[in-house]
Design a protein around this ligand. Structure first.
Ligand SMILES: Nc1ncnc2c1ncn2[C@@H]1O[C@H](COP(=O)(O)OP(=O)(O)OP(=O)(O)O)[C@@H](O)[C@H]1O
Length: 306
């Protein structure tokens, strides 16, 4: 990757009570939306905490915008980063939205009050209400409005949709898409919502049991694997090295997972096999295969027992 990097993670390790996260390496290019996906407890929030220095790595280093990241982040870099954590800061609990916003405006030279006001109105958040008296969704909307008002170069979001109703969720998606137009903003978001990944992400980082399995362009994952049902003798399939998974659903009817559409065409050419039907795998199914050991770019890593 030759683009300017918003963030670079080199050999980073964080030891947590239940699980060690890392060692991991990641290069996040500037100007894209990157989604961190993975099961509960896989390490997504830990990674985001380290990206914002709310947690320090035990080993390795992180660089922001190509700058050295050792020690405390300089204010100049910190003010380019906005972070919406999974759980909001308790320090601000007794402040109203207006008070918390004016405090943040003081720390962020790029604070845009007009943008904040516009978003608060759009999201319908009560300004004079104390933050700890807001509903979960209202608080979330305030946090996102305040993060966007800082005009960040790097926006880090942990579970954006947590507590949001479907209308507010759509508004958020629209705002994030708007904020990517014509600006050199990078967004890194941890999410469990496939629709969010589909709508927003340029790249997907898959995290599994504390390990970063890789980063792949989202569009590569569409049409990278197919499910195909064929009728014929299993001996006809034995020689094929391009089958990722095989299951004999009933005698002589096989459900296969194959790498690409070309293989389906190839199977259709076979005189001994009859292709019954096929479909492209959904994004979440491709991710599941990746967790099982099939890398969408590097390919097959397992042997199939016929
Ligand atoms: N404050 C903490 N102290 C010690 N261990 C923690 C702490 N927070 C998380 N962990 C552990 O670190 C590991 C990774 O947790 P993390 O919250 O990063 O996962 P996650 O992928 O964000 O999960 P989820 O999708 O459920 O939010 C888990 O084993 C968790 O128990």
């Amino acid at each position: 990757m030759t683009e300017t990097l918003a963030l670079e993670i080199k050999n980073v390790v964080k030891k947590r009570r239940q699980r060690t996260v890392g060692p991991m390496n990641l290069q996040i290019p500037q100007g894209y939306i990157v989604a961190l996906v993975g099961s509960n407890g896989s390490g997504k929030s830990t990674i985001l905490h380290m990206m914002t220095q709310s947690l320090l790595p035990d080993e390795g280093e992180i660089r922001w915008f190509g700058e050295e990241g050792a020690g405390e982040l300089p204010l100049e870099i910190r003010s380019k980063i906005a972070y919406v954590a999974e759980n909001p800061l308790t320090e601000e609990n007794f402040e109203t939205a207006e008070q918390a916003a004016s405090f943040r405006a003081h720390w962020y030279p790029t604070w845009d009050q007009e943008r904040f006001d516009r978003l608060m109105t759009k999201f319908d958040v009560p300004r004079k209400e104390r933050l700890n008296r807001m509903s979960k969704g209202e608080r979330r909307k305030f946090e996102v409005a305040a993060a966007l008002a800082t005009n960040p170069k790097l926006l880090i979001l942990d579970e954006l949709s947590s507590g949001l109703d479907p209308f507010a969720w759509k508004d958020m998606i629209d705002e994030l898409q708007k904020c990517m137009v014509g600006e050199d903003v990078t967004i890194i978001m941890a999410t469990h919502i496939v629709e969010e990944v589909k709508r927003l992400a340029d790249y997907i980082v898959l995290v599994h049991r504390g390990e970063v399995l890789g980063m792949v362009e989202k569009d590569i994952l569409y049409g990278c694997c197919y499910e195909v049902w064929v009728r014929g003798d299993r001996s006809e399939l034995r020689e094929r090295t391009d089958i990722i998974q095989h299951e004999e659903e009933e005698p002589s009817v096989h459900k296969l997972i194959v790498r690409d559409e070309g293989i389906i065409a190839d199977l259709q050419q076979s005189k001994q096999l009859q292709v019954l039907r096929s479909r492209a795998l959904e994004l979440e199914e491709v991710l599941e295969l990746w967790i099982q050991g099939y890398h969408p770019i590097q390919g097959i890593t397992r042997n199939i027992d016929f």
